[in-house]
Design a protein around this ligand. Structure first.
Ligand code: GLU
Length: 379
């Protein structure tokens, strides 16, 4: 047996395992068994130890492509074409996974709406938990055939993080074709070294992510870091791992990570705040002065119109907005919250006292532009 090395992770009970297109297809087309064999044996062994595994698998579009004449493969570009290819490829992808297991696989196709909408979220969660109870292997992909861009999570890294939260997993494993996060681009810099552990995901960590090198991948390192941020803030350890290296999967089985481990935060945020921060789309920005920034941060106060300097974006009452502290020389994101007034009305009441709202707008929703309970402070 291999000697375990690398960073240790705590015992886990339920993992979401994301497998990227690069590991599923061979040269961009079809489903290849080359890398999936090692991943499948990791899944089987984990399940035999009583752990739950949920797979988030990419590869529907490339599996669909394999059915098309060779000369046509490069010209499928439009959204309906990709949606059609996903519809053709999704059953092929499932068939490919099914071959590895003697227990049933179950297909779930989700869209952003299933995460955003509370009723659909609970419904998806109930189904998923029931599938685990039945000891099936849930295999999830985005519902590419119906979801257009605005209704999509857009990449399976972030989808996997949402699934990990939904399934109350304690581990998210993102399998890709490179070893993890490096301190410089390993394609350009031979001295780049692998970062084995990240305790806090800040701007510096994001700055280490380049774009995607692989034409098949939707994501790249940035979406993986964003996924890690979503998961770790909810108490879920996240690993980026080279899924083409069976020895790394073996080591992980022994609790040792050869890849990058993003440690979960010790104080996970509450579900409502997580939803607000990581699920609700940003519809605009509110810029505040030093006094308001201090009140939000230190007194955990509501945001009053008097501290608002400026507004951007076109949003309505009830939309989620980001709050920035703007000083003479910098702008810093400090919070996200639900606006009590639309952007046009905030422009009219910015810099004013709360008692003036009624007079200026002809109505009053609340004294605050964002109520304290509807706001999540960053950091
Ligand atoms: N849902 C896409 C597919 O199955 C992949 C998206 C992704 O890899 O991020 O083809």
């Amino acid at each position: 047996m291999q000697k375990p090395r690398g960073v240790r992770i705590e015992e886990w009970k339920r993992a979401v395992l994301k497998v990227g297109s690069a590991l599923i297809t061979s040269e961009g087309v079809g489903c290849s068994t080359k890398h999936l064999l090692a991943i499948a044996s990791f899944i089987t062994e984990s399940r035999s130890k009583g752990k739950d595994i949920i797979v988030v698998s990419s590869g529907a579009v490339s599996a669909g492509l394999s059915t098309q004449p060779k000369m046509m493969r490069k010209i499928y570009r439009s959204i309906p074409e990709k949606q059609a290819l996903a519809a053709i490829g999704q059953p092929l992808l499932m068939a490919s996974w099914n071959r590895f297991f003697d227990f049933p696989c179950a297909q779930l196709l989700l869209t952003y709406d299933d995460i955003l909408n509370r009723t659909r979220f609970v419904n998806a969660k109930n189904t998923l938990l029931e599938l685990l109870k039945l000891r099936t292997l849930p295999i999830i992909n985005e519902n590419d055939t119906v979801a257009v861009d605005e209704l999509k999570v857009g990449d399976n890294d972030n989808l996997a993080a949402h699934v990990a939260v939904l399934a109350e997993a304690d581990l998210l494993i993102i399998c890709t074709d490179i070893d993890g996060l490096y301190d410089a681009d390993p394609h350009l810099n031979s001295d780049a070294s692998l970062i084995s552990e990240v305790k806090t995901i800040d701007n510096h960590v994001y700055s280490l992510a380049g774009g995607t090198q692989n034409p098949l991948s939707t994501g790249g390192m940035r979406t993986k870091i964003a996924a890690a941020e979503k998961a770790t803030s909810k108490g879920i350890d996240t690993i980026i791992l080279n899924g083409s290296r069976h020895e790394y999967l073996d080591q992980l089985q022994n609790g040792s990570v050869h890849g990058t481990l993003f440690r979960r935060t010790q104080n996970p945020i509450a579900s409502k705040k997580h939803w607000m921060l990581h699920v609700l789309p940003n519809q605009g920005q509110i810029f505040v002065d030093a006094g308001a920034a201090r009140a939000l941060r230190t007194n955990k106060a509501s945001l009053l119109p008097s501290g608002v300097l400026d507004v951007s974006g076109d949003f309505s009452q009830g939309d989620a907005v980001q709050v920035f502290y703007r000083s003479s020389d910098s702008t810093e994101k400090i919070a996200k919250g639900i606006a009590q007034y639309g952007s046009d009305d905030i422009k009219k009441i910015r810099g004013k006292q709360s008692y003036e709202i009624d007079k200026i707008l002809g109505y009053i929703s609340t004294n605050a532009v964002i109520q304290r309970d509807d706001m999540v402070l960053l950091q």
